[in-house]
Design a protein around this ligand. Structure first.
Ligand code: ATP
Length: 585
């Protein structure tokens, strides 16, 4: 397939903000793609491979400007001026390309395959990662393509393709192109265990639906972790669980999935990033304590004091670098223990369809505890008093609260799902919501006075997972330290877009629209009915949505994607729970 066709599809996608329309444009594109489907599925996401392989395109803005200058004969200053005027390197490349550059007499035909292979060279994945090779590959793409093509190619390289399609929209596009709606849930489950849209696309195109219907966890391939719902009281939890639940400590560390296959170990984070090298002790000790052929376990890693058993906050041993957490030298002094709370795979067999009590007993049989690996503390009880005592002890021992887990026959491991099989119960803060919210920045307002030159407030949204949209829920102006405030233009500057991004649902008009990507942890006083915010519009009250009052910034949540933000449904539940508490008192 020619890349110029793909560019026209991209341009059509940019024109619309309607999800159904995006889905059918994608379906049409996928149907036409033939053998290029897998590559195309990655390119639509602005990637070359699934995230967990950690391939970065790796050509900086500066080198792109250098290449544009070299190919066009114009000075770098000249190109920088165009860049400042347009605010986007893709459009800059488009302008340079249309204002005339020397093209070879025999142009390469710019197929998807050709573009993909040049991009692979730019990523350095094939080994020849020198700057010269990368710049040459970019210049080659520039002179062999037209203005619109190079605009999108450049945006892919700079990570700013932003077609407004989430993974779920691409999945829907693939289903519309090659399958039937009745399989949608199963295909999504397959994707949650094997989060590689290229793999899903290939199987759907080849009609291997059975492969997808039976897809489960695979050692060394990360899966999307199971998540918990929340409720505000133990008695609500007991009722919701049908009086048949276990309770585990909710450890406050880093979610850790550990995969082992014939001597090889990989560790992945909640966001599916490989973090094996951050946990040398865990890797080494896993091998010396356990002897399996293969296994996959799920748990939380927490720094602790081996003398006293005291748990420490994770920040003590880590610092943030970009989107990742990196462990610091401190880990030498403060060891990390992995609290294992689930097992998905053992010695060649998937365990995800077994009920939770059976998985737990497999854990107990196979994992003897030691300094580096412990099982999550647990009780099985329906006695409110005992559960409350267990909860209090968890807080005393440095945990965030407890997680109730259904013992029911249907309590399978549901990858990627936030459901009622797990319910978290956290410490109650007086006169505040008991839980923080993770919200996505979708807009910014200019600052005044002391905040002149930076942002004065941010427009935040929750995620409506049913409609795949972001709905505004508050305007955030407090909780910033001076340091965070001065960091904001850096964190958000390159995410400013001209018009309201696709999937954002807002009746407010901020000074700047922000492409949804940054997630912030926010604490607030209460949730109220609001005529200005679009969260849960018309659900609680006709013509009104829900808003968070007195929001305060706690910290950025770099480990979460926008689609991992607190959902509209969770906010509705929080609103209802809060109303109940007020009615009771
Ligand atoms: P939070 O911000 O409250 O940690 P989250 O969105 O990261 O929530 P949830 O599914 O809502 O994730 O809450 C469960 C989280 O608690 C898990 O992601 C996991 O990291 C952590 N956790 C700690 N101990 C347990 C446990 N015993 N069972 C399940 N999850 C646990």
């Amino acid at each position: 397939m020619d890349f110029s066709d793909v560019a026209s599809y991209f341009s059509r996608m940019e024109e619309t903000t309607k999800r159904l329309e995006l889905t059918s444009i994608l379906a049409e594109l996928f149907k036409r793609s033939g053998d290029d489907l897998k590559k195309l599925v990655y390119l639509v996401q602005g990637k070359l491979m699934p995230d967990y392989l950690g391939i970065e395109l790796g050509l900086s803005d500066k080198l792109i400007i250098k290449s544009l200058s070299k190919a066009s004969g114009r000075s770098e200053e000249d190109i920088n001026r165009i860049f400042s005027r347009l605010g986007d390197l893709g459009s800059t490349a488009e302008e340079i390309s249309s204002s005339g550059i020397q093209r070879p007499l025999l142009k390469e035909s710019l197929t998807v395959d050709y573009v993909y292979n040049q991009l692979i060279k730019i990523s350095g994945y094939t080994g020849h990662g020198s700057i010269k090779t990368k710049m040459d590959a970019y210049i080659d793409l520039l002179i062999n393509s037209g203005p619109m093509e190079i605009k999108y190619i450049t945006r892919i390289i700079t990570g700013k393709l932003r077609l407004g399609v989430a993974d779920s929209t691409i999945l829907d596009g693939l289903i519309e192109a090659f399958s039937e709606k009745k399989y949608a849930d199963d295909i999504e489950t397959a994707y949650n265990f094997h989060p590689d849209l290229g793999y899903i696309a290939e199987n759907l195109m080849m009609g291997n639906i059975n492969e997808l219907l039976n897809a489960g966890p695979v050692p060394l391939i990360p899966f999307k972790v199971m998540l918990a719902e929340r409720l505000q009281s133990i008695s609500d939890i007991r009722n919701k669980m049908g009086h048949n639940a276990s309770y585990e400590y909710k450890y406050d560390g880093l979610r850790t999935q550990l995969h082992f296959l014939k001597g090889g170990i990989k560790i992945f984070s909640r966001g599916l990033e490989e973090t094996t090298s951050s946990f040398p002790d865990i890797v080494q000790n896993f091998k010396s304590y356990y002897s399996f052929d293969s296994c996959i376990i799920d748990g939380e890693s927490v720094p602790y004091n081996p003398e006293t058993g005291e748990l420490y906050p994770f920040q003590m041993v880590s610092k943030r670098r970009g989107r990742k957490y990196e462990l610091t030298e401190k880990t030498r002094e403060v060891p990390i223990v992995m609290f294992i709370f689930d097992i998905l795979y053992l010695n060649g067999k998937s365990l995800v369809n077994l009920p939770y009590p059976e998985r737990r007993s497999i854990l107990e049989k196979n994992f003897k505890e030691n300094e580096y690996f412990k099982l999550a503390k647990r009780i099985v009880s329906d006695d409110e008093h005992d559960i409350m005592k267990f909860f209090e002890r968890s807080i005393e021992e440095g945990c965030e609260g407890i997680v109730a887990k259904s013992n029911g026959i249907d309590s399978i491991y549901r990858a990627g799902a936030r459901g009622w099989l797990w319910i978290k119960f956290k410490r109650d803060y007086q006169s505040e919501l008991s839980d923080s919210l993770d919200l996505v920045v979708v807009g910014a307002f200019d600052g005044h006075g002391r905040r002149k030159g930076t942002f004065g407030a941010l427009l935040l949204a929750c995620y409506n997972s049913k409609d795949d949209t972001f709905e505004t829920v508050c305007k955030l102006g407090s909780g910033f330290t001076d340091e965070m405030l001065s960091e904001m233009p850096r964190l958000l500057g390159d995410k400013i877009v001209e018009k309201k991004p696709a999937r954002v649902n807002s009746s407010m008009e901020p000074d700047h629209w922000i492409y949804p990507s940054l997630v912030l942890e926010i604490r607030g006083a209460e949730i109220t009915v609001s005529p200005v915010h679009t969260c849960a519009m018309n659900i609680i009250e006709k013509g009104s949505g829900l808003a968070l009052r007195f929001p305060r910034l706690i910290k950025p949540r770099d480990d979460k994607k926008p689609e991992d933000a607190t959902t509209t449904n969770e906010i509705i539940e929080m609103y209802k729970a809060q109303k109940k508490v007020i009615e009771k008192s």
